[in-house]
Design a protein around this ligand. Sequence first.
Ligand code: COA
Ligand code: AMP
Length: 642
Amino acid sequence: MHSLTTQSYKERYARSLADPEAFWAEQAQYIPWYTAPTQILSTDDEGLTRWYTGGKLNTCYAAIDYHVEQGRGAQTALIYDSPVTKTVQTFTYSELQDEVSRLAGLLQMLGVGKGDTVVIYMPMVPEAAFALLACARIGAIHSVVFGGFAPHELAIRIDDAKPTVILSASCGIEFEKVIPYKPLLDEALRQSAHQPVRCLILQRPMHPAALHPRRDLDWQASVAQANPVGCMPLDATDPLYILYTSGTTGKPKGIVRDNGGHAVALAYSLRAIYDVKPGDVFWAASDVGWVVGHSYIVYGPLIQGCTTVLFEGKPVRTPDAGTFWRVIEQHGVNVLFTAPTAFRAIRKEDPEALLRNKYDISSLRYLFLAGERCDPPTLHWLQEVVPVPVIDHWWQTESGWPMVANQMGIEPVPVKAGSATWPVCGFNLQILGENGQPLGPDEEGYVCLKLPLPPGSLPTLWNDTPRFRQSYLSRFPGYYLTGDGGYIDDDGYVYIMGRVDDVINVAGHRLSTGEMEEMVGSHPAVAECAVIGIADELRGQRPVGLVVLKDGVEVDEPHLEAELVGIIRDRIGAVAYFRNALVVKRLPKTRFGKSLRKTIREIADGGPYAVPSTIDDPAILDEIRARLMTQNIGHAFRFQAI
Ligand code: COA
Ligand code: AMP
């Protein structure tokens, strides 16, 4: 077995691409298998890439029971730190085993079996982590829906995943605001065609919920009556979870994650990228509703035998912009992982980082950032404020783990602002042009991955392999299309420049402008519309709508805007942060009828913009620029057309 220190990055990366089977066979040895795989890399009957066929394991066993058996039962596995409820609670590996095995027993009593789906709609409480692990324990496939999504989004996911049981809580807490979750769940179930057999509701004292007598069960009371169950051996290729993510339309994509490849990839990433060992304290300040939460709050750190921190709070106002530093000191955090947005919020409130000086953060070894590009001003501020490497790394729900990173466990290299550094072993990253031709250094194009994708990456979409092929594999045969644009410089550093499709990133939340367009377009006064993501200083991006009214319709513009804002808030949720809709006479289009969203975005962002030669009516761009300026939206005042 190669140790992580005996080879340089370049040798290791080259080997991972030249002989992926040998590379990933070695990495598989770090996972406790019940039965070793018979094939490392194979193609199934549908032509999909499969890792570790023939192998049997259980991800919950690898994350909990294995460590207890290895004598780490008394080590803290999970720290729940909740400034919003003023609670800190710790669970050892043995206690976690007890909680999870009893919840798993309860799920079995409720009729959940291997291959059944379970939807989890929960705030950031320890029970959310127990829920994922309990499903994994009995081979049920969980699908977590982010707590910030509105009933409509939850209903879509319920109808697609068809859960046997839904796990939820009576409320969540956003800053000082208590958000009742149960009415949102009830509304989602009114909207969905599919109905679960049972809903298990965690009653929180700040807002207990009324339970439906025949459908809902009280979580604590039910778990107290359940018997613990053991881990069920599963095939490496059995699905562990489905996580829905925004695509270009209103129908989210159900990203499937398998058991074997996922466990191996996460364990590898914790050693090679994050450089953590068993016993280290790992804190991903994210949410279990996102892929970061799945991989690096729950599964990854536990598989690696670390202590993981589950934080129910915000970077600011819970109670102040020093809360991150406080958590690092209080729990001896070694590695922090969060989104740049979180630090933009801290910097806004505490630009001199005075609150940082109140705490001893000497336990910290690395700060990792992802979810959106780390803008150079935020990077430079952090480099001043935090005395450890600040590492931007790039990944997405589909990959499940980082695709480009400065790999601390292999060979740390100098950071270049704006770059996520080098491709991670196993990811054959290439920049392709419009016609699929490989582009040279510094040439911007489509960021693609040459197939096969490494372990951990999605094998397919839930019940929709045709959409998987069409969305990711059809544009450039032999390659996976990531949806991001970018370039590679002469030193091999990768720069991710943003999405090339209708997906935007708002405060680290991935959202579909295509879906928002469908919703705005459903208003009776709207003939057509475009929703674009414009630059936002705190959130990275935010959506803005441009609407064209139906002929003869007269509206009060502020009233229409309020209605459209309300539609998005009601149907997607407040997280969409859709605050502006402007009425324009026409949308700028090419002579072939394609909306020029990129040009509108460039205008709003105040960059120099070129008027496309194919535009049907150039004057419309001036009108839009003037409208954005009078409404004080974006930075359109900066530049005129070049
Ligand atoms: N449940 C319910 N509502 C939620 C929610 C959740 N989990 N998350 C956000 N919302 C709501 C907020 O309460 C807010 O509602 P409001 O319009 O009624 O005030 C709205 O969605 C917008 O939220 P957001 O854009 O997050 O703004 P904010 O002012 O509440 O917080 C930040 C700003 C920067 C502090 C916050 O976005 C943040 O912590 N970002 C980091 C995100 C992150 O870690 N992402 C993970 C990727 S790795
Ligand atoms: P999600 O699937 O929610 O994790 O969002 C994935 C998308 O977020 C990617 O396709 C990118 O557009 C963006 N993203 C995530 N991390 C980074 C990063 N480090 N740099 C640039 N963009 C990023």
